[in-house]
Design a protein around this ligand. Sequence first.
Ligand SMILES: [Zn+2]
Length: 215
Amino acid sequence: MKTTAKNTGVKLATAILLTSTFIASSARAELVLDEAASTSEKAAFNQAIDYLSKSSVAREVLQTLHRSTNVYKVVIGARPILSTDEEPGNVYDPATRTVYWIPTYGFQWVTGFNKWQRITPALGLIHELGHAFHQETDPVRHEKDCQDKMLTWDNREEKRTIQEIENEVAKTLNESLRRQHHYTTMKENSGIGFYHTASATTVQAANGTFARLDI
Ligand SMILES: [Zn+2]
């Protein structure tokens, strides 16, 4: 009986953790959504968190950030561009511990005999939170890995985040696995890149077209 009660308590706490307490109004939450987020953006964020929470790897990332004494913020939208070298899109800024996330940006690339691979905006969110998780759990290694440039992966931190977090979550959620970081550099005008999805948790295109966003 005692065990049952305890388990129920843990289960309940997890359920609360993974939904409404991510909204900035909770004083306890250390992973917070930007207060400027609209009602529909909050809904998209919570939908993504619920979807990702089916993965134990994603749950570990979320719970670690949530328990942190540092504040990690998710801002809906692209980071303001600081230089022309930067690509707009989802990104993690370690200096401010902020994830910039676009809830309708899916990513697509092609493998083998013209087989299209697509990942949901939610998977993009856990990728960026994965960087935050690495900074939180081992800041020295995170900084070192960011400086360690690698062909096709950009740097070791990207490789580690894709292989150890993004792809592990993708396996659980039946999404495509990335074998490198940027696919866009290989082919211009190929359609490879970001496209608009119908929601944060689907790879279906918003308007029936998988056209790459011109960004
Ligand atoms: Zn990344």
